[in-house]
Design a protein. Structure first.
Length: 650
């Protein structure tokens, strides 16, 4: 028998047919018959499944197998003995919408804790704030197809060749039909190799470059004032500030040559349809929100917004990062794109038939773990001990939480070392439900193996029922989805209620197809002045290099599954040739990399990377022993790409 399903790795969301092996679907909008190596090996059986709940009272004891009922009782007893603000849910952009919906309903709606956040905080939070501030809603206003069919595609701080492989291959194909590509990155990445213009920016130089470009637009009459008058809220102050920008000075600070800058401006002038994308190079920063706004402003200023083939297309990384945002899985949202206002709280209470929903946002991921003084933390489909910055501090915080519960399908996460209770759940291939890819396409994962354990939402529903809450009696993922879609009627922008679950088996559903304007109160976008900030740590004589962390095409984050089927090396640090010479280092030499937070040893790999910048794959599980704890003050996204380090040959 043949099955249709969708890849559970990245945000591209490729459609598959599964018979004896995985085959990409030709008519699927996200991949049009293409697939990458990770996706094609996704059905390989990996042998590290967890199948029985494991418990230990103290974190230094051995785990013992217990029954599922006992596990649920341990959780509910502890929840009853705690106050809501001491309870946290740490969710993931890899959970399905149904899992997210039930966890959010249980946490915010019934346990009444606002501390329900997700690993998307470390990933897309800056883009969420950027979109909300500029276009009034966390709504990605265009699609991958727009980028493919545009004239000029700009990628700033993203490496689609490794992180969105199938999309990259479609962009590469589109180049044959005339698409021009610009890449802005401190590393000459695989994406940069196909670029018509590669801009080797300094780490953290983006805001300088974007402001210099905005000033150039003003100087050269490229600002579309008609569009601004009609579609944008702006004031003179923005232009007064912009006039003060000294282009030459800013380019120097950005590390960008005048030639490259002129070429970029010329390409912007000469191309009608322009799409710009960004990922972690802009988001994971202490000024992630400002970087997002400065980039989006370029499209607003030139009127390249709210029309086909134009605009700022943030690329989400995880398969359901968008769905998590839609359901309301971030601590800063209540549910279905509704923020915490008294009216929204009331609406949601009525919908869920509950009361006492908190009236303000909860703690965000890193804060919840490190400042929340939590008694209970439930972690699902993510590995925060591995992925949060400043690992020593993370470990200390985890060891102080009374009951750490981990829902995982596989053994051996870093978080499991600090868990008291591990509950097995069904992974991709065994479970069923929906996810939203990076361009609003709701897709359906279908099982093709026998389910061996419950899936995530069932565990959350069982906890809810054991606590005596009503509204959790669901028999299938479809029933959960149907309640969720009904709830989207409360949101102002999402027409997910029009999506039919059964039809998803044949065809995905794209919400928001007809939205072609800002979602602010007067339907106009906001042009906001932002400047370069001074929040990150700076290199000095003790720590003279800047560390950034990156991804590789064939591995997925902590490599739970990919390390079992793919051998690509992840234990290396990329360095520039001149820096290697200065330190008398050869390729393959072992070096000690030290930051003020920790140290690791790795082999050196020669790379075309900006001088005094080094890069380590984030798949290397110890990478966050090095990274700094600074967060963007608004999005609370970590500054993963800005840690001063020292390098010494050993
Ligand atoms: N194969 C694979 N694909 C994945 C993932 C995976 O684990 N493996 N994970 C998924 C997830 S969750 C995510 S979030 C995405 C991430 O997707 P990407 O963000 O594209 O992946 P990274 O490799 O982290 O790339 C960040 C890029 O930003 C550059 N950079 C660093 N600092 C700066 C800066 O200050 N300015 C600029 N302009 N650039 C900078 C880095 O050199 C790097 O090339 O990938 C998704 N896809
Ligand atoms: N230094 C540095 N740190 C980073 C980043 C970076 O670029 N640099 N990127 C950040 C970003 S963007 C992200 S998205 C995070 C990613 O970091 P994580 O989310 O921590 O990484 P994963 O390895 O994807 O973790 C997924 C976990 O879910 C488990 N799992 C698999 N299937 C299921 C299932 O069906 N149900 C459940 N409950 N569990 C399952 C897997 O075994 C694994 O333990 O890392 C962040 N941390
Ligand atoms: S590009 Fe992303 S969604 Fe597509 S097969 Fe590869 S990992 Fe899966
Ligand atoms: Mo991510």
């Amino acid at each position: 028998m043949k099955f249709k399903s969708v890849c559970s790795y990245c945000g591209v969301g490729c459609g598959f047919e599964i018979k004896n092996r995985i085959k990409p679907l030709k008519d699927y909008p996200a991949n049009r018959g293409l697939i990458c190596k990770k996706g094609s090996l996704e059905d390989k059986v990996v042998n590290n499944r967890i199948l029985k709940p494991l418990f230990r009272k103290n974190k230094n004891e051995e785990f013992k197998e217990i029954s599922y009922e006992e596990a649920i009782k341990i959780i509910t007893d502890k929840i009853k003995a705690s106050t809501p603000e001491k309870i946290g849910f740490y969710l993931s952009g890899q959970l399905l919408n149904e899992d997210y919906y039930i966890a959010n309903k249980l946490g915010k709606g019934f346990i009444n804790t606002a501390n329900v956040d997700t690993n998307s905080r470390t990933c897309m939070a800056s883009a969420v704030v950027g979109y909300k501030k500029t276009i009034g809603s966390d709504y990605v206003p265009l699609t991958m197809e727009d980028a493919i069919n545009s004239d000029l595609y700009i990628v700033a701080g993203g490496n689609i060749a490794e992180a969105h492989v199938v999309f990259f291959n479609r962009i590469k194909r589109a180049k044959k039909n005339g698409l021009k590509v610009v890449v802005i990155d401190p590393r000459f990445t695989k994406t940069a190799k196909i670029a018509d213009l590669y801009i080797d920016i300094n780490v953290g130089g983006d805001i300088y470059l974007f402001l210099a470009l905005a000033k150039k637009f003003l100087d050269e009459g490229m600002v579309d004032f008609e569009f601004l008058k009609e579609k944008v809220n702006f004031n003179d102050e923005y232009f007064e500030e912009l006039k003060k920008v000294d282009i030459d000075k800013y380019l120097k600070l950005a590390g960008v040559s005048k030639d490259k800058f002129e070429k970029l401006a010329e390409m912007w002038r000469e191309n009608e349809n322009i799409v710009g994308s960004w990922t972690m190079g802009l988001n994971q920063s202490s000024e992630g929100v400002e970087k997002n706004i400065a980039f989006i402003n370029l499209f607003i200023l030139t009127g390249k917004m709210f029309k086909d083939l134009n605009g700022p297309l943030s690329l989400t990384g995880q398969p359901n990062a968008m769905g998590g945002r839609e359901v309301g899985g971030l601590a800063t949202t209540l549910a279905v794109h509704l923020d915490y206002t008294p009216e929204n709280v009331k609406k949601v209470e009525e919908f869920w038939k509950t009361e006492n929903i908190p009236n303000k946002p909860g703690l965000t991921a890193d804060e919840m773990v490190k400042k929340g003084k939590l008694k209970v933390l439930i972690v699902a489909h993510t590995d925060p001990v591995y992925h949060l910055p400043n690992r020593s501090e993370t470990e200390k915080a985890f060891s102080e939480i009374d009951l750490v519960v981990e829902l995982n399908a596989y053994k051996g996460s870093e978080t499991s070392k600090f868990a008291n209770l591990i509950i097995p759940v069904a992974p991709w291939g065994e479970k069923e439900g929906t996810q939203t890819n990076l361009d609003r396409l709701i897709t359906l994962q279908m099982p093709f193996r026998k389910k061996q354990t419950k899936q995530d939402w069932e565990v959350f529903a069982n906890i809810a029922k054991a606590l005596g809450f009503s509204g959790f009696d669901f028999n299938s993922s479809k029933e959960v989805f149907n309640e969720y879609k009904e709830m989207t009627k409360l949101s102002l922008d999402m027409n997910i209620y029009e999506c039919d679950y059964d039809k998803l088996k044949e065809k995905p559903f794209r919400w928001g197809e007809n939205l072609k304007e800002a979602l602010t109160s007067n339907k106009k976008a906001n042009l906001l002045w932002v400047e370069k900030q001074n929040r990150s740590l700076k290199p000095d004589s003790k720590y003279p290099f800047l560390l950034i962390t990156t991804r590789l095409a064939n591995h997925w984050h902590s490599m739970t599954k990919t390390a079992q089927v793919i051998n690509d090396e992840v234990e290396f640090v990329e360095m520039n040739e001149e820096d290697m010479k200065d330190l008398n280092i050869k390729e393959g030499d072992l070096v000690l990399i030290k930051s003020q937070f920790g140290e690791v040893n790795l082999k050196v790999k020669k790379s075309e990377i900006k001088k005094k910048v080094v890069a380590i794959p984030m798949h290397y599980r110890k990478v966050n022993f090095l990274t700094n704890p600074i967060l963007d003050p608004v999005s609370k996204e970590p500054d993963y790409n800005h840690t001063p380090v020292n390098i010494r040959k050993i």
